[in-house]
Design a protein around this ligand. Structure first.
Ligand SMILES: [Fe+2]
Length: 243
């Protein structure tokens, strides 16, 4: 059930239990810049009702050439800091892997960073064009045992012109994670519209905060009264609580 705040219905994010997309390891990507900001943002997420956060640092050619083998120790540092500060929330670390040269390098080296009990891998498409041979890549990765989650499909506006491919990818088992912020028009109107269309077409499996900084946290609070979010959370079809 959503919360009632005055006469206003609000989404109850505690029903999601887990957020599966955020940038909260300090100083590693374009998310939290220092541990104080990580602390503030994580406290904010606990305040919204989340019990667990999967933190997913960018791994992207050119801008975020992160070595995923360092992610576990970075998470441990953050966890022990949070413990000292009395913040009670579970954390896990994965990655947001952009499908570019960095992805294929990680694939060759065996350093793709999945999370969850059954190798869930959060992938991001480039914003300019669909990755080449994506259907084959999805098949190959699934054959290798990965469960693929596509980060914010609504933000790849070229997908609007490829409804058959979108359906095909979803039908083949690629899970779609939309950003809560897209629903309130945080990025742009076209992204908001596309997110609504994906929901109407029953193509949304997960929602994510994609939290980087305080402005995003403010946007999430604003989104609590969004009808699409309330209905999605109450629909029972989101898979967030599995993680
Ligand atoms: Fe992200």
């Amino acid at each position: 059930m959503g919360w009632l705040f005055g006469n206003k219905r609000l989404a109850d994010l505690s029903e999601l239990h887990t957020d599966i997309h955020s940038h909260l390891i300090p100083g590693i990507d374009d998310g939290a810049v220092n541990i104080k900001e990580s602390l503030d943002l994580i406290r904010g997420m606990a305040g919204l009702g989340y019990k667990k956060l999967v933190i997913t640092p960018h791994v992207r050619s050119g801008s975020f050439e992160n070595d995923t083998r360092q992610f576990d120790s970075r998470l441990e540092e953050l966890q022990s800091f949070l413990q000292k500060k009395g913040v009670d929330i579970k954390l896990e670390v994965g990655a947001e892997h952009t499908i570019d040269d960095s992805f294929f390098r990680c694939l060759r080296r065996g350093t793709l960073k999945s999370f969850g009990k059954s190798k869930y891998l959060l992938i991001e498409f480039p914003f300019t064009a669909m990755p080449l041979d994506i259907k084959d890549l999805v098949f190959d990765l699934q054959s290798a045992g990965y469960n693929l989650i596509l980060a914010h499909p609504e933000r790849y506006l070229y997908l609007r012109d490829e409804p058959d491919t979108v359906e095909y990818l979803h039908d083949s088992g690629l899970l779609f994670q939309i950003n809560i912020l897209s629903l309130v028009g945080f990025y742009n109107r076209a992204t908001q519209k596309f997110a609504q269309k994906l929901i109407k077409n029953d193509l949304v499996d997960l929602v994510g905060s994609d939290l980087h900084h305080q402005k995003h946290l403010n946007g999430l609070k604003k989104a609590l009264s969004n009808k699409y979010l309330i209905d999605l959370v109450e629909s029972g079809r989101l898979m967030n609580s599995m993680f």
